[in-house]
Design a protein around this ligand. Structure first.
Ligand code: ATP
Length: 140
């Protein structure tokens, strides 16, 4: 059966995940509290909805527990990110990936059981540094 993904937060990071999954032909539900963001993804994702994911009733009405993997890409509002992740966990979502803003955020996310925690800027910085070093080794 085809996997179903939900992406919460359609900023640069969440938006890019949403686009990439859609381009791969995956079923993606795009969610954001901001209507303009949702409109931007209406023709990209399988479905796009305006919702505040810190509201448990909203998450339930979206049937979020039936998704295979939920990506929480809320950046600046750490409180909203933590609360959303906690409720996804309580509702029984199997795979949850969350973007962490800082070390404190990461610590809380791992305590509440986020399955995968990513720091896009930090991780990409490391990858590029390693890439630069390995290219230099090859070049000289
Ligand atoms: P990026 O660097 O990926 O652009 P960012 O770190 O600046 O993102 P934000 O802009 O803070 O992240 O958040 C990403 C998105 O999450 C925004 O489009 C914002 O509207 C959305 N968002 C924030 N709070 C909620 C919420 N409670 N429910 C749903 N979406 C939310």
């Amino acid at each position: 059966m085809k996997k179903e993904f939900a992406v919460i937060g359609l900023g640069r990071f969440g938006g890019s995940i949403c686009r990439a999954l859609s381009e791969e032909g995956m079923e993606v539900l795009a969610i954001d509290i901001d209507e303009d963001k949702v409109n931007e993804f209406a023709n990209i994702a399988s479905h796009a909805v305006v919702a505040d994911t810190t509201d448990e009733a909203v998450l339930k009405s979206l049937g979020i527990r039936n998704f295979d993997h939920v990506i929480v890409a809320i950046g600046d509002n750490i409180q909203a990110s933590i609360l959303t992740t906690l409720m996804l966990k309580e509702l029984g979502v199997k795979h949850i990936t969350v973007k962490a803003q800082n070390d404190y955020h990461e610590k809380v996310l791992s305590k509440i059981g986020a399955d995968y925690i990513v720091h896009p800027e930090r991780d990409m910085g490391k990858r590029i540094a390693h890439h630069i070093i390995s290219n230099n080794v090859l070049d000289y």
